[in-house]
Design a protein around this ligand. Sequence first.
Ligand code: SF4
Length: 351
Amino acid sequence: MIFLMPAVLEQVRPIEDFLVMPDAEIDAQIEAAREALGPRVVILGHHYQRDDVIRHANLTGDSYQLSVMASQTDAEYIVFCGVHFMAESADILGKPQQRVILPDLGAGCSMADMATIDQVEDAWEQLRDIGVLEQKVAPITYMNSSAAIKAFCGRNEGVVCTSSNAVPLFDIYLKEFDKMALWNPHEELGGNTEEQLREAKLILWRGHCSVHGRFKPWHVDQRRKEIPGVQILVHPECMREVVEISDLDGSTSFIIKTVENSPSGSKWAIGTEVNLVNRLQQRFPDKEIHLLAPDLCMCATMYRIAPPNLAWAMDNLVNGVVVNEIVVDDETKHFAGVALQRMISLTEAKN
Ligand code: SF4
């Protein structure tokens, strides 16, 4: 269960004060607040954040990496410029005294929202009713899921996976997964027959990232035709048909390292969020870097964290008011931590 702690209303400076400020004043407010708070605050900026927010971040990275890095600081406040499940992860992994703030509570993740804890518990009961749980079944959730689902996995001998370790983790759990069933949470038995579920080695929850899902196989063909010598580099959240015909696929960190380590003059068409691709273009002017799709592929929910939200959260902190705090209750935190720790142990054992 997740609790959002209301701040003391009479003390909160309203967001409206910041929405009308000119950009330069907003920037100055954020920096002044950061200076006033010093090491008491750490601002985290996910790689997919917009430039006008990322320039204020103390640390940048992907969701898991950022939560780990923040937990290693002595900051009292973690201001997470990312989306809701990321802020929950920071609270799960953070020190007990660290308080996590999400500058806009509307910053969610459409993929995380495609599985609710009620739907997952209902699916588990349906599998129990038809005897599937009599075999050894481990629930695995992607990092982009609620704390409640991570805790469900922790309680049921399951694990969390990220885009970096999903493949080795699946190798540990499954020797063969040719028999796969797709679970649609809106249908009885997920839209499968009892027999299909009993025979399946992998039951895959139906969900996707709406940002990475916008890259299509024809984009790959088109880029290869337009740019001779281009290499196609995609995030594994892209659709399977795209990943299969790409040259390379991997997590956000893998994408950054691959471009960093590539020789000058190399050509890349990258299938991931547009803000990250734009920053790679700026960082490596000696390389030819394109977004895989010609149109904008932006994470719209993450975009909700705008400079006025950050300025608002920071200014209130200076005044001793914590707004938009994300607090995961102790039991959920414990079991979500179990699933995350299991992921770390299994990944280390595999390496
Ligand atoms: S890019 Fe996709 S998975 Fe990542 S936060 Fe946005 S919607 Fe969620």
